[in-house]
Ligand binder design. Structure first.
Ligand SMILES: C[S@@+](CC[C@H](N)C(=O)[O-])C[C@H]1O[C@@H](n2cnc3c(N)ncnc32)[C@H](O)[C@@H]1O
Length: 269
């Protein structure tokens, strides 16, 4: 059973994600590059959020190709829908149920920054569904947080929550991360031929702790620290600000993140 809620999103969080998700967008562009998406292809973006990456991919596949962008959060699909055009359609939908789509109907399926939000069963179903809707020789790509190398800020947040007696294994930042080995196993079990599975490290800078928390909340569609009261959240914020004082650089608070990038394909027939 999933411990991540899809009922905590708000119009403000959806807008904050649309305007504050450059990081995910840039990781997504690298994923699309690794997948070698090209003109004329039919592509499925699973967990497309507000559709920024899907709109970018629609440019790449051009009028001879098409992109379908699905996400379970209606408020985010509302924003994605504004980007719809002849070769880009949007719909509310879940990774683990792609029954709206025919078997062998896409050249490429990708999940950008989505897999760690799915529990074990959802992951298995999502990859099985991706294998079903891909054409023979079709490509799957995703990036996801690496369990064996968590983002630099995570142990700090865990420590603060532990100090407050508020650790909650089910709640973000305790999402459903996997390791490189687990990704390999998941892909093979779903019938994929694995091309590459590797951890990539990214460094970025945040202006302040409030920006970090805003991004965490919008990126987790309201799940981040959702088990805390407003007072407890303020306490976490203040402690985090103190812990991160040493991390300030002239560019802002320096943060290192690690993502698994995976590319696989289905057999040719
Ligand atoms: C960090 S956002 C990434 C959004 C987008 N892919 C991007 O790159 O900006 C995570 C997304 O995963 C979606 N998600 C959560 N559970 C999902 C599920 N069961 N099936 C598909 N998407 C899901 C959320 O709705 C959210 O939009």
């Amino acid at each position: 059973m999933t411990t991540i809620s899809l009922a905590l999103d708000t119009p403000e969080l959806a807008q904050a994600y649309e305007h504050g998700s450059d990081r995910q967008f840039n990781h997504g562009k690298l994923l699309i590059e690794a997948l070698g998406v090209r003109r004329g292809q039919r592509v499925l973006d699973v967990g497309a959020g507000t559709g920024r990456l899907a709109a970018h991919v629609a440019e790449i596949v051009g009028p001879e190709g098409s992109v379908v962008a699905i996400d379970p959060l209606p408020l985010r699909v509302d924003i994605a829908r504004k980007k719809a055009r002849d070769n880009l359609t949007t719909a509310v939908g879940h990774a683990e149920d792609l029954s709206a789509f025919s078997a062998r109907s896409f050249d490429v399926v990708y999940l950008n920054s989505v897999l760690h939000w799915l529990d074990a069963l959802q992951k298995q179903r999502a990859l099985g569904e991706a294998a079903r809707v891909l054409k023979p020789g079709g490509k799957l790509g995703f990036n996801t947080q690496a369990r064996e190398r968590p983002h630099q800020i995570e142990p700090v947040q865990r420590k603060i929550l532990a100090e407050l007696g508020k650790e909650a294994p089910g709640a973000a930042p305790y999402n459903h991360k996997v390791t490189v080995d687990e990704v390999q196993t998941l892909l093979r079990r779903a019938g994929f031929i694995v091309d590459t599975v590797e951890i990539r490290t990214f460094v970025d800078h945040a202006a302040d702790v409030d920006e970090i928390l805003k991004q965490s909340r919008s990126g987790s569609f309201g799940n981040h620290l959702s088990h805390l009261s407003p007072d407890e959240r303020r306490e976490v914020r203040d402690r985090l600000a103190k812990e991160l004082e040493a991390w300030h650089t002239p560019q802002g608070i320096r943060l290192e993140r690690n993502l698994i990038f995976a590319i696989a394909h289905t057999a040719s027939n």
